[in-house]
Design a binder for this molecule. Structure first.
Ligand SMILES: [Zn+2]
Length: 473
């Protein structure tokens, strides 16, 4: 079975046939860095991290480009409100996004271009559009002429005559048609600007993505991704600009569902407590990653504390199996930076089939949980060979999903070999004392030892293989 992906432009699931066999190029609209990220912002980062991991596990050599929109009306407004330069706001929030991607275990993109670093490429693209009769300068701005591109509206399924005016313009009288959108915004007093042949100004949001995608991935590339809310106008406009200029541009358009709270799209006011920085103090980052990635990427994700708790519990069931099984099967805890994502032939075929089916993570997780159940049965039966087999399958699946608790980045310093060996020996001494106390029927002493361990954060569980311990979470 080959990978099949839902292409918004085709409104259908299509076989993924890359431009160059064995390679896959992916552009993802990244952050507009006017505020730190909440889980609604970061979901697309997790979703497309899963896609790139699966492509790589399937043998593709992936080139992944995710931009940073570091100049924008909202950034300028925030900066003016704080009385600081625009670039302070942009840099501060870019770092917050980088931290959030990293803390959730997202593999960094191969290139992460900033809009303000690509003004020459934008000027070149505007010149091609103006010379081709698709764009025109007016009153210091540069506009795209939507009538000049017959396919305008195809991605979002709209007809030009039914479309509303583009809202990105402060001087609509300068435009030939209210639906023409800004490629470039003329400089205003006190605002940052860059020189162009048509006067100083700053990039329009849509133009920058066309310019950066083609700079790094070429005039035609495989996959363009983003949130559902970007289909119109952003992606519609990217297509118009690039195709009108003569570039074939993206061949597949993938869109992830949005995160909602109580049926609403997450707004800034609702989102404050859902900032990634705040969330990872409530649950462990790996648990948040599991939660954000567990729904199908095209579905909406309705945030609730209960749903998050369920995801945490589900992940801990998997994790408990991996840790217990690794002890029984004597798997070494991998050192920092251990290997790439495992190849697809290590995972059960049903798991691979689920991910090949438009990245159906819920189906894939069902296979994972089923394998964990089988592994727990093998543990209970003391069937070490079966434990080892199930463990290898579970860890291969978790590796693909970026969730293996005993691999980087989740195997934290506290569970490193040296410290773990020492704690293991100390707990062993305490457990031997507890066993001796029990044998002489001194249950008070036995309980005191268990309570003392618990107070130190060590939880003891009696299993058929004897007592085992883990750190309290
Ligand atoms: Zn974009």
């Amino acid at each position: 079975m080959t990978l099949r992906l839902y292409d918004t432009a085709a409104r259908a699931v299509r076989d993924f046939v890359p431009l160059t066999p064995g390679k896959a190029s992916l552009y993802l609209c990244g952050a507009t860095v006017q505020a730190p990220p909440h889980i609604g912002h970061i979901r697309s980062g997790v979703v497309f991290d899963l896609l790139t991991r699966w492509l790589r596990a399937s043998g593709y050599q992936v080139t992944f480009c995710r931009n940073v929109t570091d100049i924008d009306d909202k950034i300028i407004r925030v900066a003016a409100g704080e009385g600081v330069p625009w670039w302070q706001v942009a840099q501060r929030n870019e770092r917050a996004f980088a931290r959030a991607y990293a803390v959730l275990g997202c593999v960094p993109p191969d290139v992460e271009p900033r809009a303000t670093g690509h003004v020459p490429e934008m000027i070149t693209l505007m010149r091609r559009l103006i010379e081709g009769g698709h764009a025109y300068p007016a009153d210091g701005d540069v506009y795209f002429d939507v009538h000049s591109y017959p396919g305008y509206g195809a991605l979002s399924g709209q007809r030009l005559e039914h479309m509303r005016a583009a809202e990105d313009t402060e001087t609509p009288d300068a435009k030939r048609d209210p639906r023409d959108f800004s490629l470039w915004k003329g400089a205003k007093p006190g605002e940052p600007s860059w020189e162009t042949p048509w006067g100083p100004g700053r990039p329009g949001w849509h133009l920058e993505c066309s310019a950066m995608a083609t700079k790094y991935l070429g005039p035609v590339f495989d996959i363009h991704g983003g949130g559902l809310d970007l289909i119109f106008p952003h992606h519609e406009n990217e297509i118009a600009q690039s195709r009108a200029a003569g570039d074939e541009f993206a061949r597949y358009w993938l869109h992830n569902g949005l995160v909602g709270v109580a049926g609403e799209k997450m707004s800034k006011s609702l989102g404050n407590s859902l900032l990634v920085d705040a969330m990872v103090t409530q649950v462990r980052p790996v648990e948040l990653r599991y939660y954000l990635g567990s729904a199908h990427y095209r579905s909406g994700l309705e945030y609730s504390a209960e749903a998050l708790d369920e995801a945490v519990a589900a992940y801990r069931r998997i994790e408990n199996f991996v840790i217990r099984a690794a002890e029984v099967a004597e798997v070494a805890w991998p050192a920092a930076g251990a290997g790439p994502a495992p190849a697809r032939d290590l995972v059960p075929p049903a798991f691979a089939g689920a991910l090949d089916d438009d990245l159906s993570v819920p189906q894939a997780l069902a296979v994972l949980h089923e394998t964990v159940r089988a592994g727990n049965n093998a543990l209970a039966a003391g069937d070490t060979a079966a434990v080892a087999t199930r463990l290898a399958e579970v860890r291969a699946m978790l590796g693909v999903l970026g969730l293996d608790p005993i691999a980087e980045p989740w195997a934290d310093a506290g569970s490193g070999d040296d410290l773990r060996t020492v704690v293991d020996a100390l707990v062993g001494v305490a457990l031997a004392q507890r066993q001796a106390a029990r044998e002489r029927k001194d249950y008070a002493a036995a309980d005191a030892i268990r309570d003392g361990l618990q107070e130190a954060g060590v939880v003891i569980e009696d299993t058929p293989q004897g007592p085992r311990w883990e750190l309290k979470r």
